[in-house]
Design a protein around this ligand. Structure first.
Ligand code: SF4
Ligand code: SF4
Length: 453
């Protein structure tokens, strides 16, 4: 009998927590069992406990068992079925705000806005790439809903009507009311309006770097307006966590309640992390909350504030931890993702006003990452193949890694930006992220009262 290689061990409060990094199950050892485990004296562990360790694959028959388990996972989960790709259409690179964490600041040398000819080419290209399906189109920027963009946005909607499409708009929400007639006349097509808040009013306005301009009040006023007027449109508020606002989650919830926003059936809060996948170790935004701390922070706040539901534990590079948490609660089955990130599967096509197509919204506008063009005519470049054929299952380093089921080969943007090679994985610190998550759960008493025998 051998210990599986897919085990993360976490010793805390005189318990040894074993976590299986492929099946995401756990087992807890205490007292003498810890010593026996550490000395590989499995035969001396009580029959009941040994049975659990074997059935949960912490102890395997031979070294080939782990390989067989990974192969089984690959067969079951590695196959890329047919899912619709995601389409992002950037109206403009221009923005009325200047958020200090904006990842587009790297390559926003001059402002460009999409033209009618570009829109025509976008529509033709999308229809070509996703012929028969209903397409979900995300209108993005810069800030797409600037007053001067109204004509081109109206034109976009007119053209979108010619293909089978639903629309999501990502906006800072400042000029939303000026677009009321556009929302109204296209309300059947618009499914999601997505806004961002950076905390309660005082902190939000401070982070947005212009405390004299009360963007919080304008945005929340406009959110309330659309919630009341367009009750079939899903409003999503992204609450981007950083070091400045992560202790003020409940304060924001209070203010959203006072503003008659929280609790509306068509409103959802989604947490996220301010991050830079292009500069994972040297983000220009200095108040970044480390991803290794992201879930502990959310769990701590959740313990104090019941308005944070289990389903809200999403976001960041290690979002698998939120799924694992819900699996622990038996609310969801967390499935190892062996297909790669969304840029690989189902695939992303980001149409930028420069006429180029990018494989991920994180690097749209950085021409060195373009995989094709849609204007003046559509073609893919040879880089397209590198992205769409990338598979964590072809990567020797990942295949040997015990965190393969949690990380799925990392981020191609980071691979390229840090290592200069799409196939050379930039590894996230999954080990510490997982450890901090398990320690936080133990500190909160999550594992207390369970059957350790
Ligand atoms: S990217 Fe790194 S951490 Fe992720 S599976 Fe590959 S080797 Fe492991
Ligand atoms: S390439 Fe990186 S930033 Fe882009 S979708 Fe994949 S993980 Fe996210």
């Amino acid at each position: 009998m051998f210990k599986s290689k897919y085990i993360h061990e976490c010793f805390i409060n005189s318990k040894l927590l074993l976590f299986h990094t492929l099946t995401f199950s756990y087992e807890i050892l205490t007292g003498e069992d810890i010593v026996l485990w550490e000395k590989n004296k499995f035969d001396f562990i009580s029959n009941k406990k040994l049975g659990k360790l074997i059935s949960k694959l912490f102890i395997v028959e031979d070294k080939g068992s782990d390989e067989a388990l990974l192969n089984k996972a690959i067969t079951l989960l590695g196959n890329k079925g047919r899912l619709k790709p995601q389409f992002f259409i950037y109206v403009t690179t221009e923005c009325n705000l200047n958020c200090p964490y904006c990842y587009q600041r790297d390559y926003k040398s001059k402002n460009i806005t999409i033209s009618k000819k570009h829109v025509d080419s976008v529509v033709t290209t999308i229809d070509l790439l996703s012929k028969k399906e209903n397409k979900h189109l995300v209108i993005f920027g810069g800030e797409p809903l600037l007053p001067q963009n109204k004509q081109i946005v109206e034109y976009m909607f007119d053209r979108f009507k010619t293909i089978d499409a639903t629309v999501e708009i990502v906006t800072n929400g400042i000029y939303l009311k000026q677009y009321d007639d556009v929302l109204s006349s296209n309300k059947q097509m618009i499914k999601i309006l997505r806004f961002t808040l950076n905390g309660p009013k005082k902190i939000h306005n401070f982070i947005r770097d212009n405390s004299n301009f009360d963007t919080f009040s304008i945005i929340t006023d406009n959110i309330r307006y659309v919630l009341n007027k367009y009750d079939h449109i899903q409003v999503i508020i992204n609450f981007l966590l950083d070091k400045l606002n992560c202790d003020s989650i409940s304060d924001l919830f209070n203010e959203l309640e006072i503003n008659d926003i929280l609790g509306k059936q068509n409103c959802r809060i989604e947490f996220g992390r301010i991050q830079s996948r292009k500069h994972p170790e040297n983000n220009f935004y200095k108040n970044e909350l480390p991803y290794t701390e992201y879930y502990p922070v959310l769990l701590r706040t959740k313990l104090k504030d019941k308005r944070i539901t289990d389903e809200m534990l999403i976001g960041s590079e290690v979002s698998i931890l939120g799924k694992i948490y819900r699996q622990f609660l038996k609310k969801e089955i967390a499935i190892p993702n062996l297909k790669g990130c969304k840029a690989i599967y189902p695939g992303v096509f980001a149409f930028y006003p420069d006429g180029k197509i990018y494989p991920c919204d994180e690097i749209a506008g950085d021409v060195s990452y373009a995989i094709g063009q849609y204007y003046p005519y559509f073609m893919f470049y040879k880089e397209k193949e590198n992205w769409s054929s990338y598979s964590v299952l072809d990567n020797e380093k990942c295949l040997k890694c015990k965190f393969i089921g949690m990380c799925n080969g990392g981020c191609l943007v980071s691979n390229l930006a840090v290592n200069g090679d799409i196939n050379s994985p930039y590894c996230l610190d999954i080990e510490n992220s997982l450890n901090n998550f398990l320690v936080e759960l133990e500190l909160e008493g999550f594992f207390n009262g369970q059957d350790y025998s």
